[in-house]
Write a protein that binds this ligand. Sequence first.
Ligand SMILES: Cc1cc2nc3c(=O)[nH]c(=O)nc-3n(C[C@H](O)[C@H](O)[C@H](O)COP(=O)(O)OP(=O)(O)OC[C@H]3O[C@@H](n4cnc5c(N)ncnc54)[C@H](O)[C@@H]3O)c2cc1C
Length: 327
Amino acid sequence: MKRIAIIGAGMAGLTLANELKAFADVQVYEKSRDYGGRMATRCRNNYQFDHGAQFFIAKTPAFKEFLKPFIQKNLVARWDARFVELTGNDVTYRWTWTDEVPHYAAAPSMNSLGEAMAKDLPVQLETHINEIKKNGQQWQLIDIEGKVLGSYEWVILAIPAKQVIELVPDECKFNKDVAEKNMSACYSLMLGFKEALPLEWDAALVKETNISWVCNNHSKPGRANRYSLLIHSTNQWAEENIELDNEVVTKFLIQETSAVIKQDVSVAEHIDLHRWRYANIQKQYGDRSFIDNSNRLAAIGDWCIKGRIESAFLSALDGATKLKQLL
Ligand SMILES: Cc1cc2nc3c(=O)[nH]c(=O)nc-3n(C[C@H](O)[C@H](O)[C@H](O)COP(=O)(O)OP(=O)(O)OC[C@H]3O[C@@H](n4cnc5c(N)ncnc54)[C@H](O)[C@@H]3O)c2cc1C
């Protein structure tokens, strides 16, 4: 069987690895300590925060089918949130999410879906791939410490578009197309409270301010943790302020959140911030995955379609279909 290295253990990389494992000798490399990529969760002092993706809906039959076994095992569950839209600090729309359009979250945390998907896969965590180098007919992967990790016939990059460009050689055929994919940044503010705040909603989409989302993380399915709020900045504000100190960003987002939800959130006993350099991308048209058969390189990820978990899954399925014919 051909040896394939997949870089990135997010939804795209793990989906592809599961699709190809019967056809090839697959090895996944992931730079962080956890599976799931931007389906991420941080736990501190018994507070839990899904600081990346918040929820997902399933639009396509393929993604609905994929979710079924996880729903049966309660690893994915409905989040029937009391949802509002806030324009400034006014509630302009209310809707409780129901089975008309089921909204899902992984349970008991967003990263548990990645963990479940990685269960039967060879994934090497905490391995940052720094270079891929041709060695005869094979690719050598080299980590951040200069260690050679092995030789592979194919390398699949399941990482954000700009990071693909940093790794693939100039002669790669999809370089130009991938370089045009512009992902935008986002800040996640994590606040843990001794006592619950008196909010009449669980999740709020915010308009006309510098924050775009506030939710009670504790209201998601299967969460046994203490009361916590998760706030996202707008992509635009994050892009304009990506080099600011964390302290300055945190202070600003706390002020902004307090004004929007009309509660003083500076009383939080736990405060944390995460900067996502490549968080999201608008709808894209064209190829759903990129394959360079002559160099035996491929690239997949949400950025081929749209910044959504389902898009990462669909990009991986598209890549798997093409690759199965080439292996
Ligand atoms: C703040 C935020 C909010 C979001 N909200 C939602 C939402 O509500 N609903 C929704 O559907 N989607 C949401 N998304 C988008 C969703 O998270 C992504 O679409 C999806 O998770 C992308 O999956 P992926 O596998 O393509 O990429 P990623 O999840 O980014 O996976 C890439 C993986 O590659 C690893 N990696 C990168 N470089 C290297 C390297 N050199 N060596 C080794 N490993 C490497 C990374 O650590 C990461 O684990 C949100 C994202 C963010 C950041």
